[in-house]
Design a protein around this ligand. Structure first.
Ligand SMILES: Nc1ncnc2c1ncn2[C@@H]1O[C@H](COP(=O)(O)OP(=O)(O)OP(=O)(O)O)[C@@H](O)[C@H]1O
Ligand SMILES: [Mg+2]
Length: 106
């Protein structure tokens, strides 16, 4: 999951721009986040990107060679562990992807 998020962060950001990984936790869950300063994601597509094969249409007409499966797989994995995955993003400024995983069972 983390690999795909970091791979995306690098892929959709200018070369050399920073990527930050953080974690927070309480006694119920851990939240891991990956922040980039890249191209961002339009608000109306922020839910769709978790669908299989979905790509945001590139502004410059160029398309990354990719399957568009990464986030759909991440969502499946996280949800099967009773966690959640979501994004906060500002077009042209960057994105933060979060996923949570429960730390206690029962
Ligand atoms: N950090 C990001 N910044 C901007 N757009 C993103 C970011 N992460 C994902 N996206 C958008 O969401 C789409 C889906 O991401 P996803 O990881 O599912 O597919 P992919 O990276 O294109 O292909 P794959 O992961 O299968 O190699 C991407 O094609 C891109 O349009
Ligand atoms: Mg990906």
């Amino acid at each position: 999951v983390l690999y795909n998020l970091v791979d995306n962060a690098a892929k959709f950001s200018p070369k050399g721009s920073p990527i930050t990984i953080s974690t927070t936790d309480n006694n119920k869950q851990v939240i891991i986040s990956v922040t980039d300063c890249g191209i961002g994601i339009p608000e109306n597509e922020q839910l769709k990107i978790f669908d299989r094969f979905y790509h945001v249409k590139p502004i410059d007409g160029k398309r990354e060679k990719s399957t568009g499966l990464g986030l759909a797989i991440c969502k499946r994995i996280v949800e099967q562990h009773k966690g959640k995955i979501w994004v906060e993003s500002c077009l042209g400024k960057g994105s933060t992807f979060f996923f949570s995983l429960p730390t206690c069972t029962g």
